[in-house]
Structure formats: C-alpha cells, structure tokens
Design a protein around this ligand. Structure first.
Ligand SMILES: CCCCCCCC(=O)SCCNC(=O)CCNC(=O)[C@H](O)C(C)(C)COP(=O)(O)OP(=O)(O)OC[C@H]1O[C@@H](n2cnc3c(N)ncnc32)[C@H](O)[C@@H]1OP(=O)(O)O
Length: 213
C-alpha cells in the first residue's frame, strides 16, 4: 500500500466503519432505489389528504421495522492500494443512500474520473435547472476520486467553482475531473460538468491536502 493509501486507511479506521459483503450491498442498494422512487413520488403526488395521511403512517411503520436493528455508523467497503474508498452511504452515488444522486464514477486509464448521469427534479434549484450546491457536491466527489486515483487522496481544502451557464435536469450530463499537479501533500484537480449540447455548464478547481494523521 502506498503511503497515501495507508494514511487514508488510518483516517477511516479511526471512524470504526463496518464492511458489508456483496450480497448485503445488493439487497440494501435495491431498498435504497425503491426509497429514491418514493422520494420522487412524494414531490410529484397529487393524491388526496386522506391517502397522504395513510401513506405517512405506512412509511413510519416501515422506518420502525428497519430501525429494529441499527449500526452506529454507516458502513464502508474497503480501501484500495491507492487509498480509494467505496463509501456506500456517500451523498454522491452512494448506493445505500436514498438521497444520493445516481452518479457512478469510473476512472479511465489516463486517470480522468468520469461520470454520466441524469438528475431528476429532486435536485432542482432554479425551475428546470440543477441546484448549484448539488453541482458543487458532485464535482467535489469527482475531484476527490481523481485525486485518489492519482495515488494522492486527501481532504478538500479549497473548491473554486465557476457557473458558466445553468445545468439542466432531466437530460444526460457528463462530468470529468483530472489531476493537474501535486506539490508535496497538496493535489490540484480540475473538473467540469458538460450539458447535452457539449457545452460546459460548471468548472471547478480543487486542492486536496492529505492529513498528516
Ligand atoms: C474517494 C473519496 C472522495 C471524497 C471527496 C469529498 C472530499 C470531502 O468532502 S472532504 C470534506 C471537506 N473538507 C474538509 O472537511 C477539510 C477540513 N480541513 C482539514 O481537515 C485540514 O485543514 C486539512 C487536512 C485540509 C489541512 O490540514 P493540515 O494537514 O493540518 O494542513 P496544514 O499543515 O495546515 O497545511 C498544509 C499545506 O496546505 C495548505 N492549506 C491547508 N488548508 C488550506 C486551505 N483551506 N486553503 C489554502 N491552503 C491550505 C497550507 O497552507 C499548507 O501549505 P504549505 O505546505 O505550502 O505551507
């Protein structure tokens, strides 16, 4: 394991996070997907007040059933040689997190972290467009994955954003991030979100710093 990977493992182990096997992850990921669909249905529903009240009570009963056995912290899956962590409950693409936008990040052979995704109305800011904070969150994660894939993971120390034009929701988007350079414990990474017309909507530059301990 690289020094960076070992350092990130120390950071995560100090949080006492459990690992799940593939079968457990798949089962909970399916549950999370059903809850995502529920979330969207809540925003769009036009059913009457009595039906809303009945559904509210059913949802409360389901929450009580799930809470019958609880972990103290959300689980993680593994730390790779480069320090890459699969954070199952991440608010960006975490398969167990029902509020996570569906952003699956893939690292390409040249080190670019890339994701193709479509955001629904749950992530709306201005009508018809993605909330700027959601774009920032997705870019922060993508930038962090690129830094990790470079063998230089760290904590976000700075995140600079330039919102060039509104990012539409309900259409396919692409986001990419790539390391520009490293200076000691600092890693500088650039990223952007690209709309369906091929034009950049948001640009970001971040500096990640590997904590000493
Ligand atoms: C694969 C998973 C991807 C995950 C992606 C998501 C990542 C996240 O969301 S991380 C959460 C958000 N970020 C945070 O909470 C970070 C909070 N801050 C910290 O933990 C610390 O301040 C940390 C680790 C950034 C730096 O702490 P520390 O190691 O003590 O840094 P320190 O020794 O003071 O500084 C190291 C260098 O970095 C510089 N630096 C540190 N912080 C900053 C900053 N905010 N701005 C500019 N420069 C900074 C210092 O000036 C110093 O530079 P030099 O070596 O040239 O003098």
């Amino acid at each position: 394991m690289t020094g960076a990977g070992a350092a990130m493992r120390r950071v995560l182990e100090s949080r006492e996070r459990a690992s799940l096997n593939g079968e457990q992850v798949a089962a909970l990921a399916e549950l999370a997907q059903r809850v995502r669909e529920l979330n969207e249905a809540v925003v769009h529903t036009e059913v009457g007040a009595d039906e809303v009240a009945a559904i509210r009570d059913e949802v409360a009963a389901l929450t009580a059933r799930l809470s019958a056995a609880r972990r103290e912290h959300p689980p993680l899956v593994g730390v790779g040689e480069d320090g890459t962590v699969r954070h199952l409950a991440s608010p960006v693409g975490g398969v167990l997190n029902p509020i996570a936008p569906p952003v699956a990040i893939v690292v390409q052979p040249d080190g670019t972290a890339r994701a193709e995704f479509t955001l629904n109305v749950l992530y709306e800011g201005p009508p018809g467009f993605v909330h700027g904070g959601v774009s920032a969150m997705i870019l922060d994660q993508l930038l962090g994955v690129a830094a990790s894939a470079n063998g230089t993971p760290g904590m976000t120390a700075t995140l600079d954003l330039r919102y060039r034009r509104p990012t539409p929701h309900g259409v396919p988007l692409v986001a990419e991030a790539k390391v520009d350079r490293t200076e000691g414990r600092k890693t500088f990474v650039d990223a952007r979100i690209i709309g369906p017309d091929g034009r950049t909507t948001v640009e970001a530059t971040a500096m990640f710093v590997m904590p000493l301990r």
